[in-house]
Design a protein around this ligand. Structure first.
Ligand SMILES: [Zn+2]
Ligand SMILES: [Zn+2]
Length: 274
């Protein structure tokens, strides 16, 4: 499978296939984070840890699915151009992994963060206009944590390659990688073990077969997801997961459930957004 997946799309970085970042992401994220921490902060430690656990498990699963989907060779011919762009971008990374360590890799998820926040803002306005109240309180913090963990994951991905190539890596990142809190470079290096990826010929797996493992960007449940993927390598399932295991889908489902729920008196009814 990897022999096809990892085949070079024959296009270089810096082309139209590279995801563009948005200048609006940073101010938008700042405003959203400020609003969430001022108005939607967790009221108990239990609330915080519960939301954090849900955000961590979700982000791990989401990034797994995203990575498996965009690494799949079928998506170089997907009917939507932006999906093709990302698929090519992900697969070119196998040919030229050091780029993620030498360029601003974190910019690559700016659009994703912007769209995620835009979904919360959109549904917040819809529910407020329709029901006179906000979305469920913890959805805001959950979204902020998913974005934060996504940023951390992509930062660490960059530092995995930096460390493999003996570039500078912050001491705290090295310490967390060695402690198993963040993905270790050796773990991610296995993902790049592919006989058809240029530059990885010295990193062949045993007996020269290809392996599709370690798609994770957070430590998470990678061995479980890899096993499932190998047991059921069905593109249709992966395709369905791509369109459902993502923050925009989750936010929309929660918002729709909120719209359908019975009206309950809240401070918002008295004119205060809660
Ligand atoms: Zn990959
Ligand atoms: Zn990589």
């Amino acid at each position: 499978m990897c022999s096809q997946k990892c085949a070079s799309p024959g296009r270089a970085f810096g082309s139209k296939y590279e995801p563009a970042s948005t200048a609006t992401e940073k101010p938008l994220l700042t405003v959203f984070a400020t609003y969430t921490l001022r108005h939607k902060y967790p009221r108990t430690l239990r609330e915080f840890f519960g939301t954090f656990a849900l955000a961590y498990l979700f982000t791990d699963a989401f990034l797994h699915v995203l990575h498996m989907f965009f690494d799949h060779e079928h998506n170089q011919h997907y009917p939507m151009q932006w999906v093709v762009n990302f698929a090519v971008y992900f697969q070119v990374h196998h040919d030229n992994p050091i780029k993620s360590a030498t360029e601003n890799h974190m910019e690559d998820i700016d659009n994703l963060c912007t769209v995620t926040i835009a979904f919360v803002v959109f549904w917040h306005c819809v529910v407020w206009r329709t029901k006179g109240r906000a979305l469920p309180r913890m959805l805001y913090l959950w979204t902020l944590l998913v974005i934060g963990l996504g940023e951390l994951a992509i930062f660490n991905h960059s530092k995995c390659h930096a460390r493999t190539h003996e570039l500078e890596v912050p001491a705290w990142t090295v310490a967390l990688q060695d402690a198993g809190v963040l993905v270790h470079p050796a773990t991610h290096r296995r993902h790049h073990s592919c006989i058809t990826c240029n530059g990885n010929t010295a990193n062949l797996p045993e007996s020269g077969v290809t392996i599709n493992v370690n798609y994770n960007f957070l430590v998470g449940l990678s061995p479980i997801y890899d096993r499932i993927y190998h047991a059921y390598p069905i593109y249709t399932i992966l395709h369905i997961l791509f369109w459902t295991v993502n923050p925009m889908f989750v936010i929309s489902c929660v918002a729709l459930a909120s719209l359908r729920s019975a009206d309950v008196p809240t401070p918002a009814v008295k004119g205060k957004v809660e």
